[in-house]
Design a protein around this ligand. Structure first.
Ligand code: SAM
Ligand code: SF4
Length: 330
């Protein structure tokens, strides 16, 4: 699907739940209330939306949340999404806590790759950021995923005075393991508002100083907006997702589906296109599935045409998305 700026939108991030087993300080405040279960898309509804999405031109799916692995049935959903004609790739973003438990099933269902969020290698800092003592489990699960041979990416959000001093230690994971390590600039959404982002520009300079052989890596690594580099002796690459200080919107290829059945053209703004209304209209009449699919495809095209040219995260008053990241789907 081409948008008004000539970009091809063929990638959808799907939040399959707003629940999570962590409370990361920039994503999910203590005491946040969850949507009533009946207001979340059922797994069948997610599959129906993805079938329509594929017909409209979506080719790659990323399953996210909240924490996708707390949603019962997540692995088999991945298998169902993989079997949709037109869908070429299904990957997942997870905090990694339950990944070891579900990895065999996820692989059996054809998961094509996994992003694992990890901001620190220090147990007390992990607890400070996430509220839980799960660092060892996550590290073990990263090793297991890397051993399984699927592409693994580590996502790290750096915060001034909390974990910014660990940029190099985190990068060295790409030396020990065949994983890419990516730095995501903190976005001013929900709890992330007011937290100072560490600029990837200055981080890049630190890398260039530490590794004279730090070179751009032009190989395609995924569907996202990361710029990749390599340093000598590393097994994986280093990626920079410069949400604030970079101009990555020119290459934006994505749309987001929230766990409540809304399509979000851009993370920065509150505009949404409602799919739930179509899905749940007249269920007792057993309305023709083909008719609903056509309507969903038209809504996809509408959402794509609503995509703005670029985000405005740099100007606080222009950020109209008022929810927490965990509610939107990161
Ligand atoms: N629970 C899963 C996880 O942690 O990977 C998936 C959902 S989480 C919302 C997806 C990603 O969003 C994580 O890598 C997390 O670090 C990132 N994230 C959450 N809030 C953010 C913020 N305010 N700014 C930048 N990244 C954020
Ligand atoms: Fe949960 Fe992921 Fe948000 Fe952390 S970043 S609270 S793991 S959804």
């Amino acid at each position: 699907m081409e948008d008004r700026y000539g970009r091809n939108i063929d990638y959808m991030r799907i939040s399959i739940t707003d629940r999570c087993n962590l409370r990361c300080c920039y994503c999910m405040p203590e005491g946040l209330s969850f949507a009533p279960v009946e207001e979340l898309l059922s797994l069948g509804e997610i599959e129906a939306i993805c079938q329509a999405a594929a017909k409209a031109g979506i080719r790659k799916l990323k399953v996210t949340g909240g924490e996708p692995l707390v949603r019962p049935g997540c692995p088999s959903l991945i298998g169902k999404l993989k079997r949709i004609p037109g869908i070429e790739q299904v990957t997942m973003t997870t905090n990694g806590i339950a990944l070891g438990q579900f990895l065999p099933e996820l692989l059996e269902h054809g998961l094509d790759g996994v992003n694992i969020s990890l901001d620190t290698l220090k147990p007390q800092v992990y607890r400070q950021i996430t509220g839980e003592d799960k660092l060892e489990a996550v590290l073990e699960n990263i090793r297991q995923a890397a051993d399984a041979g699927i592409p693994v990416k580590i996502n790290a959000v750096l915060q001034k005075g909390v974990n910014d001093g660990e940029w190099l230690d985190l990068a060295l994971l790409a030396k020990r393991l065949p994983v890419d390590v990516r730095y995501i600039e903190m976005m001013p959404l929900g709890q992330g508002k007011g937290l100072e982002p560490i600029s990837n520009k200055s981080l890049l300079r630190s890398f260039q100083k530490a590794f004279p052989g730090f070179r751009e890596d032009r190989q395609v690594h995924g569907n996202g907006p990361a710029a990749y580099y390599r340093f000598p002796g590393a097994r994986g690459s280093i990626g920079f997702i410069s949400a604030i200080h970079g101009r990555f919107c020119k290459g934006c290829n994505r749309i987001r589906l929230t766990s409540r059945g809304k399509l979000k053209p851009c993370l920065c703004f509150g505009e949404e296109v409602d799919l739930m209304g179509v899905l749940r209209r007249n269920p007792e009449l057993d309305e023709c599935a083909g008719q609903k699919s056509m309507e969903l495809q038209a809504l996809f095209r509408r959402a794509v045409l609503q995509k703005p040219k670029e985000h405005r995260f740099g100007i606080e008053k222009d950020v109209t998305e008022g929810r927490q990241m965990v509610q939107i789907g990161g």
